[in-house]
Design a protein around this ligand. Structure first.
Ligand code: CAA
Length: 278
């Protein structure tokens, strides 16, 4: 199967990596040369970890050789599946989906890795909405088992079934969600992280103690503030903005602290500082 992943950030490169591990031909496309170069390094490092812990047997360089790293739109022609993983901004996703529709064969499946934006809304920008749906992976993609498969208003049932099987063939666990903002995971996660930020704002506890409580008291692998830094505070803010706008409910309202950190360029791990310093 030929799979094109559009957007080579953390999520896009992880998605490309897992398809390549499963012997698919992958095109990893970005408009930025430097993003593509970073993606290659990220994938090589990740494959190295998977090989060292015995989770893959194949040589990382053989897996990488199935990935075409490219900024050339003509490489996107003739694929079976397209997955967009660009910024979580409705206008950026819309533009990307229009471009994908121009090159994708009629029978191709087009998926969006959006974490919160309505699939039915995004389907307005593809030429074949029956074959469009949400395919939402989790970070770090090579480690996290879950994939949310999201049905838009016009998504064909047969396409949902096909993607469900495709996800299983990647060694992942699919769940099916209807098209509601934040789907399943972020509906639960966003209020959790938001509440942790409010605890901090209200001075109820230190950031270390908030995270420690959730790690040791609730058995989560990361505390909510560490996890926010790991997701990226800009990404988290984008998700909250969409959910707050769509639900109109204060459960999803971005806290001031989060907005201030993003405005200050403190985006979490990737920028060297967020709630914590790295
Ligand atoms: N590629 C390959 N392997 C990786 C990896 C990567 N990028 N990152 C970690 N690993 C592997 C490590 O090699 C290690 O493998 P072994 O156990 O075989 O040695 C294993 O994963 C654990 O990693 P570490 O020992 O380095 O660290 P850890 O035990 O703290 O685990 C973690 C790291 C897996 C990220 C863990 O902290 C975790 O699960 N955190 C929560 C992640 C989470 O909640 N993700 C969802 C975010 S929300 C989202 O993505 C969706 C959205 O819409 C916002």
């Amino acid at each position: 199967m030929k799979v094109c992943v559009i957007g080579s950030g953390t999520m896009g490169s992880g998605i490309g990596e897992v398809f390549a591990i499963s012997s698919n031909e992958v095109v990893l496309y970005d408009i930025y040369e430097n993003q593509i170069a970073n993606a290659r390094v990220r994938i090589e490092e990740s494959l190295g970890k998977l090989r060292d812990s015995g989770k893959i047997k194949e040589e990382p360089r053989d897996i990488v050789s199935r990935i075409r790293f490219t900024t050339s739109p003509s490489d996107l022609e003739g694929a079976d599946v397209y997955i967009e993983a660009v910024f979580e901004k409705p206008e950026v996703k819309a533009e990307t989906l229009k471009k994908i529709s121009e090159v994708a064969p009629k029978k191709a499946i087009i998926g969006s890795n959006t974490s919160s934006i309505s699939i039915t809304y995004l389907s307005k920008f593809v030429s074949n909405p029956e074959r469009f749906l949400g395919i939402h992976f989790f970070n770090p993609v090579p480690v996290m088992k879950l994939v949310e498969v999201v049905k838009g208003d016009r998504t064909q049932e047969s396409v949902v079934r096909k993607v469900f099987e495709m996800v299983k063939a990647l060694g992942k666990e699919p769940v099916i969600s209807q098209d509601f903002p934040g789907f399943i995971a972020n509906r639960v996660l966003v209020p959790l992280i938001r509440e942790a930020i409010l605890l901090l704002e209200e001075g109820v506890a230190t950031k270390n103690d908030i995270d420690k409580t959730v790690r040791l008291g609730l058995n989560h692998p990361m505390g909510p503030l560490e996890l926010a830094d790991f997701i990226g505070l800009d990404v988290l803010l984008d998700i909250m903005e969409v959910m707050y706008r769509d639900f109109g409910d204060p459960r999803f309202k971005p806290p001031i602290t989060l907005r201030n950190l993003v405005n200050a360029g403190k985006l979490g791990r990737k920028s060297g500082e967020g709630f914590y310093k790295y």
